[in-house]
Write a protein that binds this ligand. Structure first.
Ligand SMILES: CC(C)=CCC/C(C)=C/CC/C(C)=C/COP(=O)(O)OP(=O)(O)O
Ligand SMILES: [Zn+2]
Length: 456
């Protein structure tokens, strides 16, 4: 019998994953082919976001959770966040009864000693604490925001802090970059972040940046989009982003956009709609980081600063290979497959503009990514999925919509200036609400929460 890990076994696995890759590409290119054969005038209908269907699917999900929220035992605050945030991104809100049910349920998940568990009476956990806090920020208003016991939450965060400075997910739980991000994100949005909580976090995250440039969950593991988002966002929140090797991080994330136009989470894996946010969100963070004092992110000693109101040149008209609908048409080779030398990553080389403040230019093909989300991840009957052939779910709906919003605003001057129609794939009615990329909550809700927590 062959031992797992022998050369033959590894080769067989590599071949199998190559076959998966081709199957997904075939599937996706058939969709693009069918789309391209439709008359131009009809294409914008196909590119339409099925807003009503999405809201219907999401609201039904929240209703099914019911007043007692009895399904998916340890994930219920996550379901609340994925659904509520998706509804907010679509510019809608929930009715008073659903809102009250959600607040009451989340209050019952709050531990008497601080933090939120996956359900009432469950041990508090950093991931569900992040989901619960972001849900309550998304609902907004006095009842939701004042239901968070910030003194106890601070105690919970201090208890999750390891002597190394990094955080663990729960009492005696695992230490990783996700824990560092969720702790710092929650502390920051609730205005309880201080030097004690931040101490040592940067050194841990630095130890997770790999030779590829992305960030892994733990030291010695593989770079992954989910952890790269968490690591970079946490570093920005504690004002230490300049200590990362940002040049190699940019390279790594830029090369994760595949020929299918979507993003993969890590090298040699399949594209998946949820990475539209985990990887797309990394670009949103990078684009708002202003580098100064050096030649650019590749220079040692360069200082970087988060700019809340980006001073970029604004919405430009650079359309790459997009047509009137903004659709991206991958060049086809004779077999009808896209030539690898014309992948989005190649057609939009990484530009780092060396303006006075080393402002970053476009780093990814945002039209191509919108195309993957709208044509390949969107379910016409509502909801979004990983890729064609997979079922829709609330996690993918949340992160596809978050990624779509990031794309639509990626060329905007600042969050208050709406994008030009040329930045929105399909009809302009596809435009979503802008998000604050450090926390992934809708900008308006973030500002309301900031104001609330600066007073109380
Ligand atoms: C805020 C918070 C809790 C963030 C979580 C971030 C996140 C999505 C981390 C990814 C975890 C991971 C290694 C997935 C790989 O799954 P896989 O092997 O099924 O997928 P892949 O083939 O696409 O890598
Ligand atoms: Zn996914």
């Amino acid at each position: 019998m062959e031992r797992e890990g022998t050369a033959t076994e590894r080769q067989r696995r590599a071949t199998a994953s190559q076959v998966d890759q081709w199957a997904v590409q075939d599937h996706v290119f058939k969709i693009y082919g069918a789309f391209a054969s439709i008359p131009r005038s009809a294409q914008s209908v196909i590119l339409e976001l099925q807003r009503d269907k999405h809201v219907e699917y999401l609201t039904r999900g929240l209703q099914q959770l019911g007043p007692s929220f009895v399904v998916l035992d340890a994930n219920r605050p996550w379901l609340c966040y994925w659904i509520l945030h998706s509804i907010a991104l679509l510019g809608e809100s929930v009715d008073d009864e659903l809102e009250d049910n959600a607040i009451d349920f989340l209050s019952r998940c709050q531990d008497p000693n601080g933090g939120y568990g996956g359900g009432p009476g469950q041990m508090p956990h950093l991931a569900t604490t992040y989901a619960a806090v972001n849900s309550l920020v998304t609902l907004g208003g006095h009842k939701a925001l004042s239901s968070i016991n910030r003194d106890n939450l601070y105690k919970f965060l201090s208890r999750m802090k390891d002597s190394s400075g990094a955080f663990r997910m729960h009492d005696a739980g695992e230490i990783d970059v996700r824990a560092c991000y969720t702790a710092i994100s929650v502390a920051s949005i609730l205005n309880i972040l201080d030097d004690e909580l931040a101490k040592g976090v940067a050194n841990y995250i630095l130890s997770c940046q790999t030779y590829e440039g992305g960030i892994a969950g733990e030291p010695g593991s593989e770079a992954h989009g989910g952890y790269t988002f968490c690591g970079l966002a946490a570093m920005i929140l504690i004002n230490q982003a300049n200590r990362l090797d940002l040049a190699s991080l940019i390279d790594w994330v830029a090369f994760r956009q595949g020929v299918e136009c979507g993003f993969q989470g890590r090298t040699n894996k399949l594209v998946d709609g949820c990475y539209s946010f985990w990887q797309g969100g990394v670009f949103a963070l990078l684009q708002r980081l202003q580098a100064f004092g050096g030649e650019g992110f590749g220079t040692s000693d360069v200082e970087v600063e988060w700019v809340s109101d980006s001073t970029s040149e604004g919405d430009d008209e650079d359309r790459d290979s997009s047509d009137d609908n903004g659709a991206f048409h991958p060049e086809q080779n004779q077999e009808g497959h896209q030539s690898s030398s014309h992948s989005p990553e190649n057609s939009t080389a990484v530009h780092i503009q060396h303006s006075r403040h080393n402002q970053l230019g476009p780093l990814f093909h945002n039209m191509a990514l919108q195309q993957y989300i709208v044509l390949c991840s969107q379910e016409q009957e509502g909801g979004f999925r990983d890729k064609p052939g997979k079922a829709r779910d609330y996690y993918h709906t949340c992160y596809c919509l978050s990624g779509l919003s990031v794309c639509q605003y990626s060329r905007s001057k600042n969050e208050n200036s709406p994008p030009l129609p040329t930045s929105v794939l399909g009809p302009y009615s596809n435009l979503l609400e802008p998000i604050h990329p450090l926390y992934n909550v809708v900008s308006r809700q973030y500002h309301d929460a900031r104001e609330f927590f600066s007073k109380y």
